[in-house]
Design a protein around this ligand. Sequence first.
Ligand code: GDP
Ligand code: MG
Length: 460
Amino acid sequence: MFEGLSKRLGDVFDKLRGRGALSEADVDMALREVRTALLEADVALPVVRQFIDSVRPKAIGADVIRSVTPGQMVIKIVNDHLVEMLGGTVADLDLNAIPPVVILMVGLQGSGKTTSSAKIAYRLSQGPQGMAAEMFGGAFSTKRKVLMASLDTRRPAAQHQLAVLGEQTGVPTLPIVPLEMPLAITRRALETARREGYDVLILDTAGRLSIDEELMTEVKEISDLAKPKETLLVADAMTGQDAVNVAKAFNDRLAVTGIVLTRVDGDSRGGAALSMRAVTGRPVKLIGVGEKFDQLEPFHPDRIASRILGMGDIVSLVERAAETIDKEEAEKLAAKVRKGQFDMDDLLKQLRQLRKMGGLQGLMGMLPGAMQAKAAMSKAKIDETQLKRQEAIILAMTPKERRNPDVIHASRKKRIAKGSGVQIQDVNKLLKQHADMLKMMKRVNKLGEKGFMRSLGGMT
Ligand code: GDP
Ligand code: MG
């Protein structure tokens, strides 16, 4: 008995928790925590401000899904916004040009340019084979003939360092000519790559400990000469707040096309990724996760987002809650099915609710024992426009017609088609779909309630 009571109380509590929209107070309270998390993750201060300002209006007024707290809901919204700001999806290298396609590596000294050059060269020359290849796609799924050249004439050992890495990775490097200047090396590298039929030429440049005019001028000249398809700014994820100034300086002078973030293997929470992206507007394309030449990975915005926020648990909690609600809706539908009461109003409700899940196909997919029907439905791929059209058709029906579609004969069909701006065939098609669904549901009903619920339970 007590169990029943506490359960009921729990239900009430759940309803209270997730009721209504996010208030300004809810949002601001949660955003204070987000701010701290971003700063702890070493996101640059101006970027933190800009981020908070852009997510705030998105969160205020948003619906709180049942069974999560307003604070948790804000975190989920912040997370999604962060993923979006980080580019949403994995950004590919663009190597679509007449070979040799040039990749220019720029950045401060010690940021990881030489190491990253070798990593990218290795990955491209392996194609879909080799260590850790399975996580790469896009430009990396084609095996390429790669040449590397070091333009770092400042440090005596720099060119040699690249040559050694070239031997380790099995990627050819341009032979070293003592005392040759960076621009001359660039010219020779381009000629060699052309003459010897290389697909890709990676130019590893010299860095400085801080931004300076001489370095910038030199890199600019190299860029003008080599006309790189990709100019990758290499930045150390551990540099934190400084990352912004570096990114800005390079981006102002060169057409940076992407960012390689190194040392994401360390303690860094990756806040630099957001700073770099926000300041340059360029995507982070690759991350370095160790010193070895195979420790390179594509950049996944969602993974870095939860690392930056450090609130991955909350995000998955809210996602699970959202799934539960979808499941509850499906169970409500199942109850209607059991009672044989699935009319046009229900179909309309389901169409609206399930539009995000891929329309009727999604709905059919949620019903057990619907494999044949599902296969039939997927032949007629239902798109968004079609869904909206179906909605319009139902809306053009009278309440009576919706409750009992059997009364819809020729003249009514004509009226409905006219009212919803479609052809009579479209009305027919929808009616047939509904009839087919009912038929299928009846068949499912014969399985008996137990079997039905069991299969429902297994559909999570
Ligand atoms: P450059 O001066 O920009 O060419 O930098 P280097 O490529 O020479 O790298 C400087 C140091 O950082 C070397 O000791 C590298 O092994 C190390 N390094 C580069 N990338 C990474 C990375 O992703 N993770 C770790 N842990 N170390 C890295
Ligand atoms: Mg170097």
